[in-house]
Design a protein around this ligand. Sequence first.
Ligand SMILES: *[C@@H]1O[C@H](CO)[C@@H](O)[C@H](O)[C@H]1NC(C)=O
Ligand SMILES: *[C@@H]1O[C@H](CO)[C@@H](O)[C@H](O)[C@H]1NC(C)=O
Ligand SMILES: *[C@@H]1O[C@H](CO)[C@@H](O)[C@H](O)[C@H]1NC(C)=O
Ligand SMILES: *[C@@H]1O[C@H](CO)[C@@H](O)[C@H](O)[C@H]1NC(C)=O
Ligand SMILES: *[C@@H]1O[C@H](CO)[C@@H](O)[C@H](O)[C@H]1NC(C)=O
Ligand SMILES: *[C@@H]1O[C@H](CO)[C@@H](O)[C@H](O)[C@H]1NC(C)=O
Length: 602
Amino acid sequence: MANSFTFSLWLYLAFSVVRSSASLLAYAPSRTACPDISKYPLVHTFTITQQVLNPLERTYITDRESTVIPESWEAWLGNGSAIGYNTADFTGHFARIGIAFSGGGYRASQFGAGVISAIDARNTTAVAAGTGGLLQVASYLSGLSGLYMNNFPTIQDMVLGSQPGWLLEEDLVLPGGAADLTALENVEYYGAIVASLVAKTAAGFTVTIGDAWARMLSYHFLSGTSESNFFDPSSHGAGQLWSQIADATFFKNKQAPFLWNNSLTLPVYEVSPYEFASFDPDISAGANLTFIGTSLSGGAPVDHASCITGFDEAGFVIGTSSNVFWSLIVYQALLNEAAEDVELLQELLGSLTMRLSPNGQKRLLTRFRVSPFYGIASSTNPYSSNPELNLIDGGTNGENIPLNPLLVNARAIDTIVAVDASDDTDEDWPNGLSLLFSTERLSTLLVDSHQQLPEIPASTDDFIAQGLNLRPTFFGCDSTDTPLVIYIPNAPPLTGDAPYTNGATAQLQYQVNETEIILKQSYENTVGGFVPNTNLPDPNWGRCLQCAAVDRSRLKVTPTVDRSAFCTTCFTQYCYNTANLTSSAELPNRQLNYAGPNSKSL
Ligand SMILES: *[C@@H]1O[C@H](CO)[C@@H](O)[C@H](O)[C@H]1NC(C)=O
Ligand SMILES: *[C@@H]1O[C@H](CO)[C@@H](O)[C@H](O)[C@H]1NC(C)=O
Ligand SMILES: *[C@@H]1O[C@H](CO)[C@@H](O)[C@H](O)[C@H]1NC(C)=O
Ligand SMILES: *[C@@H]1O[C@H](CO)[C@@H](O)[C@H](O)[C@H]1NC(C)=O
Ligand SMILES: *[C@@H]1O[C@H](CO)[C@@H](O)[C@H](O)[C@H]1NC(C)=O
Ligand SMILES: *[C@@H]1O[C@H](CO)[C@@H](O)[C@H](O)[C@H]1NC(C)=O
């Protein structure tokens, strides 16, 4: 009774919101005439041995590497004398760097934000520590897309700041108060969400729970929402497009690394501001992102008069690559709230998406009505004959760090920074599992299409015993056939302080003062490195990080340059070396148990 009453109230509210606010309707994709595909094919295909990047991506990288990046290296390393090199020797041949941020809910986003501020040349204390500048020399970045939808702001502005921040203090699921789902503000919130979903349905698209999730995340990670308009039926980011990143000034000027937010199922897909693509050998194709959602067969529009635009809605892209988080919420987090509220919410979103979808099937996945790769690569692509494409968060196959795009052969990346906020151990720290999963997939399925990862310990137990999840480590320092990997795990404060960065993945709300502590702890570990057998930061760490970042440049110039004495000392301390294994005992007094204010029973 109560349920259906509230449900009707919501729908009523949704429809009045629809009438009162055109901006929420912008969530729906629209139809337009197709471009001339003889000039601009909507899908490009290639082979494993001759992978072809989108020409716009190639231009982006060439431009960024010839104009922006050389200056960034000089700004970061100066003339190189502090680490024993002459920076000018490497001009034109700098190591190509990619950075990957793992997923894992708000916890991972906040940890990632703290790491970003520690490697950002715009943070003066990070620059003084020697770590600030790594972000600016990177060519590629995967994960943490919120940065790009907000004009590449500094972390202070993006998370806490004037922009007006992530608003994590507003609960993601029950912002109008956890005590009562039917509180007016909660009803207003779901009314606005439902309005967008109804608009998308009215435009002829199937909506799923993934769409509701997309709208919720948009309140926090897209621009347009502030403390004061949170419950208004204003746009809350509806209709901001992923492909519009390519139009932003900072992107046109190549001021940021090239980005993806990748979504993977068995085949792994990536979404850049240009393309929805897969470099998995069986698929080897990319589709123009602007027209994604269009019914294509063999890469050509089924109806040339009717191409879809706006399907790459930014909240939808972000939501798709984190929809595993959603299932966590529905099935775990909410179980802590009042039981009838959980039921009600499941009823609302579940029934809504069931009612609105044609066959009433409950769907947790994000669904493309028409796969852009329908009829593509039919001899190898097992999905070629399936017109539908369902996507789920890449983290579900265990590869929580989105390394895949960075390892594609054609991208020829020399050095990868892997930022790991996975929740693997009992105390919710990473233990190398994601790297082990990636190694497994790369060495079985992606031998010919992707670079392999360097050698890592054989098990998560070894990873932990060697202390590699408690401090930064360089992998593959001397390998000649893999990239060098700089691994930065979410770890307890090196100082021995009590940790705040290992809250529950499903925590849906953080007070501002908590977020500040999380940023500070992740920042301080990232600028701190470690000194064996102490709780002190390493005064050389910033320069050691510079050594690792620039190292592969030495081998790209003729004649090659020897590793400097200073960097050799750094590498002895920070490289994974099977001939000289480290031990967690060298990292004393690390407190593993979460000390923050939130319940971990989620
Ligand atoms: C490099 O820069 C340092 C400090 O800025 C300076 O002291 C040194 O003389 C420079 N070395 C060379 C070879 O120019
Ligand atoms: C650098 O980042 C840290 C952590 O986010 C922050 O506390 C500090 O205020 C920033 N410093 C500057 C100068 O921006
Ligand atoms: C994509 O971006 C969102 C928001 O920035 C983040 O929560 C998610 O973890 C990212 N996904 C991946 C695979 O990096
Ligand atoms: C997508 O198609 C449009 C229209 O033909 C074109 O302007 C744009 O450059 C294409 N984008 C990519 C990434 O190929
Ligand atoms: C944050 O502020 C609130 C209210 O002022 C206070 O109760 C709480 O203890 C603070 N939390 C932390 C982690 O400092
Ligand atoms: C082994 O590593 C330790 C630091 O972890 C270092 O002090 C020692 O010199 C290394 N030994 C060799 C033979 O490289």
